[in-house]
Design a protein around this ligand. Sequence first.
Ligand SMILES: NC(=O)c1ccc[n+]([C@@H]2O[C@H](COP(=O)([O-])OP(=O)(O)OC[C@H]3O[C@@H](n4cnc5c(N)ncnc54)[C@H](O)[C@@H]3O)[C@@H](O)[C@H]2O)c1
Length: 94
Amino acid sequence: MHSVLITGGAGFIGQNLVHDWSSKRPEDRVVVLDALTYAANIRSLEPLIADRRITFVKGDIPTVLEMFSPDIRWQVSGRAGIAGEYRGHDAFWD
Ligand SMILES: NC(=O)c1ccc[n+]([C@@H]2O[C@H](COP(=O)([O-])OP(=O)(O)OC[C@H]3O[C@@H](n4cnc5c(N)ncnc54)[C@H](O)[C@@H]3O)[C@@H](O)[C@H]2O)c1
């Protein structure tokens, strides 16, 4: 059993990683961190949260790393995608 931190877990890549990891390694303790920016979609994670298969934390990366020292850390957070740029979304320019 491992403790696993996935940052950006509500993003495009992160969501798929969270579902894949939790189904293939149900014994692991999975903590998902996401700042819930414009790019995030928490809805796909809601069944896993409701079933207590993952712990979801809304926050920024440095905050969570102070609280939690995982065995495995997947960092798929970021400000990605030209779609945000074309939409002129403010968050893209932070
Ligand atoms: N999708 C691709 O095809 C692709 C290709 C190459 C590289 N990447 C890189 O992979 C990473 C993930 O890509 P994606 O498509 O899943 O992006 P995404 O924008 O869909 O998801 C990124 C997630 O990170 C979260 N986030 C942003 N800043 C954060 C912070 N400081 N703390 C916590 N969470 C934060 C966002 O809320 C979002 O849910 C990015 O760094 C991207 O540049 C993606």
